[in-house]
Design a protein around this ligand. Structure first.
Ligand code: ADP
Length: 580
């Protein structure tokens, strides 16, 4: 690539060369023509009719007339015979030199000489020939002569060569000046262009910080100003695009819905962490639509959908239930690919299921006592006075106990609902954990005794206090101990142990009762979940006790853990943080 500077120098040099050639040739031509015109004029002036008559008279004289003619001619100052290279010749009719001013005895035959030999004046000169001449036939009666003036253009040549030398010198000088000027001009042009080049390179590399200095008000100045404006606009646009991209990528990164995008060939181009988690597989760029969603939809069909259309389908991935929304997206003219939005509906389905089960459970739990109440009441009604009073009282007792049971269920449900809606009011105070445990022990001692259980208490008096709702905490412990009493065959052993562990206090209620099968352990805190339904109902349980206990302990930042061996016994441990 030729630099701008070289190009400018070359243009200047060619310009000067062309200029000098044109000027030189015009000058040299002009000088040549001027001399020919001057020569012709001189000759015409000198060779007037009178002068030719004089020559004819001399020619008519017998003998020596050629020399006399030469003398006469040389005496004519207008002819300029003294000039360098200009001579006069007297020739006879055949072109033989009879006399001459330079003692030469022959001349070259020229066109003008031939014209004169034919009896006419030969005066026609061209710029290209190396001489100028004039041949005049002199008719001296019996003697015929030709007067021939030959100018070898020595004066013209000398002038021309001098002119050439001047032109060459000016050419060299002009070239030097031109080269220097071209360099300077190029420098003036190149400096801002170089700055622009560096600027564009930096912009291409993503650096928009630098502003180019505008040094002139010409086109380059305008270009520099426009460049600065362009890079500013570009920077703003890029930062806006960057912002948008960051917003989108933050959205993609943190959104709970999964998003996977596929290119037009079906290869994955983007996915977010939620999608990876939901699909439970690693999504790298080699993954295709078919390998992930091939069973759910046809990629090519998906690409033919209109912009507003989308496909919706369900998918199972491991233990997760997913809802898929698929839609194509397009770039400017062509199909860009397809986007799949994944919605994890596992929890939603589970909670729908739980809600259904819950409603079914509530209905079931209330229906049994209601049926009992109804049938006993109907029996009393239909039997009337026939029913022995003892049986009647017995029936009325069942009605009352079933009503109590329903009241308990409704009360427990209300408690749980309050927890669900965060409306449960807590009466928080600092109280002695040891006292609470001892209180419960006292309260259940009689019940345990009635069942023939051995109830032991190991609770140091100096246990740290806890912050919480004392009544509810006691209710929780009571519930657990009651369960131990209920689910241990009469004559069992129940131990209440309290103590501290790190920053918590705990109470453990151990029994050697019926125990809980391992498979049921994770579900014990579900509402209405019972291992042994008949036994629970028989003993007045609602199946809500452990759920309520868990809610209360959660509110206190405490914990409840159940360990059990089926047929051997159960350990329930409650922990609460020590009051700060
Ligand atoms: P319930 O009112 O039926 O006692 P809970 O929520 O208190 O309801 O207990 C849930 C279920 O856990 C009970 O139905 C019972 O099957 C089981 N369970 C609780 N405590 C014990 C225990 N100490 N021994 C054996 N089974 C127990």
């Amino acid at each position: 690539m030729r630099s701008l500077r070289t190009k400018m120098v070359m243009i200047m040099v060619l310009l000067i060369l062309a200029l000098m050639t044109v000027v030189g040739s015009f000058l040299i031509n002009g000088v040549g023509n001027y001399y020919i015109d001057a020569f012709d004029q001189q000759m015409e002036q000198t060779f007037s009719q009178d002068f030719i008559s004089q020559l004819q008279q001399l020619a008519a004289k017998p003998g020596g007339s050629a020399q006399q003619m030469k003398q006469l001619l040389m005496s004519q100052s207008d002819l300029g015979i003294d000039l360098a290279g200009r001579n006069v010749y007297i020739l006879d009719q055949s072109g033989q030199v009879l006399d001459s001013s330079n003692q030469a005895n022959s001349v070259e035959m020229t066109a003008n000489l031939l014209t004169a030999m034919n009896g006419k004046v030969g005066l026609g000169n061209s710029i290209v020939s190396s001489y100028m001449d004039l041949a005049v036939p002199i008719d001296g009666g019996s003697n015929h002569y030709i007067v021939y003036i030959l100018d070898n253009k020595l004066t013209v040549d000398a002038l021309t060569s001098q002119l050439l030398a001047i032109i060459l010198r000016s050419l060299v000088l002009g070239l030097v000046v031109c080269v220097i000027l071209a360099f300077l001009l190029a420098q003036i042009l190149i400096t801002p262009i170089r700055a622009l080049t560096t600027g564009t390179r930096q912009v291409a590399a993503g650096d928009f910080s630098q502003k180019l200095e505008v040094t002139s008000r010409d086109e380059i100045g305008t270009l520099t100003r426009n460049f600065n404006h362009m890079s500013q606009v570009l920077q703003n646009t890029i930062s806006e695009v960057e912002n948008e991209r960051n917003k989108l990528s933050t959205l993609f990164l943190h959104m709970t819905d999964g998003v996977v995008a596929f290119g037009p060939t079906g290869l994955m181009i983007h996915c977010n962490p939620a999608a990876t988690k939901m699909l439970a597989r690693n999504l790298d760029p080699t993954v295709t639509f078919d390998s992930v969603f091939g069973e759910d939809a046809e990629f090519q069909k998906l690409l033919t959908l209109k912009r507003s259309e989308y496909l919706e389908c369900q998918k199972r991935a491991g233990d997760r239930e997913l809802e898929l929304f698929m839609a194509p997206f397009s770039s400017d003219q062509s199909v860009g690919g397809a986007m799949v939005v994944i919605h994890d509906v596992t929890e939603q389905r589970k909670s729908e299921q739980t809600r259904r089960e819950f409603v079914a459970n509530v209905s079931h739990e209330l229906r049994t006592p209601l049926t009992n109440v109804k049938s006993y009441a109907e029996t009393i009604l239909s039997a009337g006075d026939d029913l022995p009073p003892e049986l009647r009282n017995n029936f009325l007792g069942v009605i009352v106990s079933e009503a109590d049971r329903m009241t308990r269920i409704v009360k427990d449900l209300l408690t749980l609902t309050k927890f669900d809606y965060g409306k449960m009011e807590m009466n928080i105070s600092r109280f002695s954990f040891a006292e609470a445990v001892q209180n419960v022990h006292k309260a259940v001692a009689l019940d345990a005794q009635n069942h023939g259980h051995t109830l032991t208490l190991d609770c140091p008096d100096d246990l740290p206090s806890v912050d919480g709702d004392r009544e509810r905490i006691e209710q929780v412990i009571m519930n657990i101990v009651s369960n131990a009493i209920k689910y241990t065959p009469d004559g069992g052993k129940i131990a209440i142990t309290a103590g501290t562990a790190g920053k918590s206090v705990f109470v453990r209620i151990s029994d050697n009762g019926i125990g809980i099968p391992e498979k049921d352990l994770p579900r014990l805190f579900e509402r209405f979940y019972r291992v042994d339904k008949a036994r629970s109902r028989e003993s007045g349980g609602t199946g809500l006790g452990l759920s309520i206990a868990k809610e209360i302990l959660n509110q206190h930042k405490g914990d409840i853990r159940i360990e059990s061996v089926y047929g051997e016994g159960t350990d329930v441990t409650i922990t609460l943080p020590i009051g700060a």
